[in-house]
Design a protein around this ligand. Structure first.
Ligand code: SF4
Ligand code: SF4
Length: 409
């Protein structure tokens, strides 16, 4: 797509990147067919091609309006359009740039700004988040059904083996996952321990930066990245083999540190090193399949439906690994239609765009439940809690099922 950047964006890092990406878009519209918001809203401006056109206009000097911002806000950043696009358009990177520019020019109403500040404070303070969560869980039984659905029941984590193997990997604990579903990282540690790998934590590491990034707060997001890099590099120097992600939403973010910090002379190399060492837990276990095979499994429950998060299949381009591991462990995966479509969770999206998120959740659950599974599994804490809030079927992380299958073998 021919683009003539406005003076303000010429010879800038954002302008150059945006122009390179825009050039690749040939306006074919193939991406419309797999865009969840276009499927629901039916408006070209809520499709990838429409949003690309809006961003192009802004980069060429048009003044963005609140309406422009709304169309960009409605994007789930699921990146399904990237998987579909035959021209390799890096839509996600362009959207980051477009949202940043539009945010600076349009701003936020006091109400929107307050909502975003509350989300950021609530999700990024483990003490505050866990206190509120525990309070909610303690009175959960007295709440009406719709509120109960929003607060997951308290859960035990099971034992977590102390590090004792020579082979070690780091885990990013995550900001909300340890409070909501403490068993996910514990189950990961147990599975890895059985194949001779100890999972350790860098105490100074915290949120991956995705929450602030989703809210367009680039400074806070970059600060979180630098803090994690400082926490992890000494462990990589000491021989830790990988940084394991048990939430695909965090994984896609940490794998992007190298790109996001490429212009920071103090962090560019370290960020690239951290990104290269970062692996989703499915990548680790696929690579260790021979060791897993020695263990034997007894899969219980049998019938499960798998929802691959967008951050795994479109963001990290990882498909098939989870399915292969679960099938090999003896689980029966039910057929699920529209596997490529987002469930509506999408980071902070389900809070900021509840109507679209709710519609996508219902659509996704209809497909997941069609095969009458005993359990639904996924690979990201956001998808897990979002889907669980609309289903009476238990929704779990797939590694928990693999752990229980190994435990009973
Ligand atoms: S499929 Fe790719 S090239 Fe075609 S309109 Fe969408 S982004 Fe542009
Ligand atoms: S990222 Fe997802 S919601 Fe956004 S334009 Fe692409 S397909 Fe549509």
């Amino acid at each position: 797509m021919q683009t003539t950047l406005a003076e303000a964006f010429r010879n800038t890092a954002e302008g150059d990147t945006a122009e390179r990406i825009l050039r690749n878009c040939v306006h074919c519209g193939f991406c419309l067919a797999t865009c969840p918001t276009y499927q629901i809203l039916g408006n070209e401006l809520d499709s990838p091609r429409g949003r690309i056109y809006l961003m192009k206009q802004v980069l060429e000097g048009a003044t963005p309006t609140a309406r422009t911002q709304q169309h960009l806000d409605r994007c789930l950043t699921c990146r399904n359009c990237e998987t579909t696009c035959p021209s390799g358009v890096e839509y996600g990177r362009l959207l980051d740039i477009g949202r940043h520019i539009v945010e600076e020019k349009v701003g936020r109403s006091p109400r929107e700004a307050a909502t975003r500040a509350v989300i950021k404070t609530g999700l990024l303070s483990p003490l505050l988040f866990n206190t509120v969560l525990k309070l909610g869980q303690s009175v959960r039984g007295l709440m009406p059904g719709f509120l109960q659905a929003r607060i997951p029941a308290a859960e035990e984590s099971g034992t977590r083996p102390a590090p004792h193997h020579a082979r070690q990997m780091l885990v990013l604990e995550g900001c909300v996952q340890p409070g909501l579903k403490p068993n996910i990282n514990a189950a990961t540690a147990r599975v890895l321990d059985r194949i001779g790998i100890s999972l350790i934590t860098a105490a100074e590491a915290g949120c991956c930066g995705a929450v602030a990034h989703h809210l367009n707060d680039h400074d806070d997001s970059l600060a979180a990245m630098r803090r994690n890099i400082d926490a992890w590099i000494p462990h990589l120097d000491a021989g830790v083999e990988a940084i394991v992600m048990t939430a695909s939403g965090c994984g896609v973010m940490v794998k992007d540190y190298g790109w996001l910090l490429r212009d920071d002379p103090a962090y560019a190399d370290k960020a690239a090193r951290v990104s290269a060492a970062t692996k989703d837990i499915s990548e680790i276990l696929v690579a260790e399949a021979d060791a897993l095979k020695q263990l034997g499994t007894r899969a219980e429950p049998k019938r499960i439906a798998y929802h691959p998060p967008c951050t795994l299949q479109h963001g990290q381009k990882l498909s098939g690994g989870v399915e292969a591991l679960l099938t090999r462990a003896g689980f029966e995966l039910t057929a699920v239609a529209e596997k490529h479509l987002c469930c509506g969770s999408a980071g902070t999206y389900s809070i900021l765009q509840p109507e679209i998120a709710g519609e996508l959740k219902t659509r996704k659950l209809n497909h997941l439940q069609a095969g009458q599974p005993e359990v639904i599994v996924t690979a990201n804490i956001g998808c897990l809690t979002h889907l669980q809030s609309g289903s009476s079927i238990p929704v779990r992380h797939w590694v928990e099922l693999l752990d229980s299958a190994l435990a009973t073998s």
